[in-house]
Design a protein around this ligand. Structure first.
Ligand code: 4AD
Ligand code: MG
Length: 463
């Protein structure tokens, strides 16, 4: 590619350098003296490059009018110091070309503020806006920092299957994958015979790579997954997607304390990396989206997370004097309002709740001796609530089998998972980070649908 990214030009280019750039026109201003200023954005950074196109440039008369907002533009010329405010350099074009025009009547992204709701309807064009460009660059920087975090610590990156026959969370929120002829089936109201289906049994999209990650952690050592997961929960909230990406580390010979320590170090390290590498974008979010973004992130990086047993959190919530939409009671799951009160108002920083009631947690979590709690942990952060869910895993074959029965799951179906306890079992732990919730935290975006390129939610799978 012969074109220099704008991010590189704005940082390094010196007056006199000859360069070519390519991108999309944000705005064009024609001066009365027969030349034009084009704000060119190529997505490599928030800032646009000012391209000055003089009337003498070949093709000016015929083509400059084609360079409207949204049109693509290639320009070559000389870098010059910019007399204008807010920019170090500009490009004086010696030639330019408009490979694709954009009809000003119909191009939906004219220069004005658009609502996020409207932008979701044009998800194929929204990456051309400042906000979505910044979100996607932050998302990219976060993924890279996540891989770096685990790679530096010797964790093996494992690709777990997307199609599976086991429901890891046991919540029955799985999307069925089938090649059965649904139209034929609908005509005969009989029970569906999954033995006739592609896999010879009912298969689904995975809700978590954890069970398979445990296989590798108990043979090759610490590992992690980073892949798409799917949940058919019918929740239309600002924190739920039907398709989201999850980061799931799994560590052998580790207990819940080690797990909490890793989760904290993980969030703080990755947040610090993004703060360092995406300064311009984060400052934009802090200015335009949420005035507390930088403060919240800096607070995360500079403070130890507070660890609170679930039972104590319930006592704090009961003593808060607040009226809750969902009642607080020992044995009930915490709702977003409770989580947010704890992390935003009470502790005013990230916290880790642990030792949850066994009745509200999945079968695989290690049972405590009290008979009523399990070694579960959730990391809660301001504005989001739960961002990580994890646990120490039940490594004792007899207790795990008992738990499967208790959760009304068939141990036969989990034979291979139980084998890991039958042969060389070890204490082990892991957690899952919801990647889009993390992007929400980093950017201050209110709605998780704006933190993934194409959101899948109930009644919506366009694009
Ligand atoms: O707490 P969850 O359900 O935990 C697991 O899936 C474990 N198997 C993880 C593990 O121990 N390996 O989900 C983990 C995280 C949540 O804390 C949340 O951040 C995110 O995944 N999450 C969602 N994000 C977006 N949309 C949804 N519908 C989500 N459901 C969970
Ligand atoms: Mg959870």
């Amino acid at each position: 590619m012969a074109y220099t990214p704008v991010v590189k030009l704005l940082r390094d280019a010196q007056p006199g350098e000859e360069v070519s750039v390519a991108g999309w026109v944000r705005t064009r201003r024609d001066s009365k003296n027969g030349f034009s200023f084009v704000e060119l954005n190529d997505g490599s950074c928030m800032s646009s490059l000012q391209v000055v196109i003089d009337g003498q440039v070949p093709g000016y008369e015929e083509h400059i009018r084609e360079a409207t907002t949204g049109a693509s533009l290639i320009a070559s010329g000389t870098v010059q110091e910019s007399p204008g405010k807010g920019q170090r350099i500009e490009l004086h074009a010696a030639s330019f070309e408009v490979p694709g025009t954009a009809d000003a009547e119909t191009y939906p992204l004219q220069k004005k503020r658009h609502s996020f709701e409207f932008l979701r309807e044009i998800a194929h064009l929204r990456p051309r806006t400042n906000t979505f460009g910044a979100i996607m660059r932050v998302r990219n920087a976060a993924s890279r920092a996540i891989h770096e975090f685990f790679q530096q610590r010797g964790f093996l990156y494992i690709n777990t299957p997307i199609i599976t026959t086991s429901d890891c969370e046991g919540a029955g929120e799985m999307f069925t994958v089938t090649t059965l002829d649904l139209e034929q089936l609908a005509k005969k109201p009989t029970e569906v015979d999954f033995t006739q289906d592609f896999f010879g049994r009912r298969a689904s999209l995975t809700v978590s790579g954890q069970l398979e990650a445990e296989v590798f952690a108990t043979s090759l050592g610490s590992c992690y997954t980073f892949g798409p997961t799917f949940r058919a929960e019918n929740s239309n909230t600002t924190r739920h997607l039907a398709e989201f990406w999850m980061v799931e580390p799994e560590m052998p010979f580790c207990n819940l304390d080690d797990n909490m320590r890793l989760a904290e170090e993980f969030i703080r390290t990755v947040t610090k990396d993004v703060l360092e590498n995406c300064r311009e974008d984060l400052e934009f979010f802090n200015l335009r989206i949420d005035k507390t973004v930088l403060e919240v992130l800096e607070n995360i990086v500079s403070h130890d997370f507070i660890r609170v047993p679930y039972t104590e959190a319930i006592e704090l919530l009961e003593a808060s004097g607040k009226t809750w939409e969902f009642p607080v009671e020992w044995g009930k799951d915490l709702q977003s309002e409770h989580e947010r009160w704890l992390t935003e108002e009470h502790f005013k920083q990230p916290i880790i709740l642990f030792d949850y009631p066994r009745t509200i947690k999945p079968f695989y979590m290690r049972c405590n001796d009290d008979g009523r709690t399990v070694r579960a942990m959730d990391v809660l952060v301001p504005r989001i609530g739960e961002i990580i869910g994890g646990s120490q895993r039940e490594e004792r074959l007899d207790i795990l089998t008992e738990r499967l029965h208790e959760c009304q799951l068939d141990p036969e179906e989990y034979w291979w998972y139980l084998d890991l306890r039958r042969y060389g079992t070890v204490p082990h732990s892991g957690f899952g980070l919801g990647f889009e919730r993390f992007v929400q935290l980093l950017t201050g975006m209110v709605n998780i649908r704006d933190c993934i390129p194409f959101a899948r939610t109930p009644r919506n799978a366009d694009f």
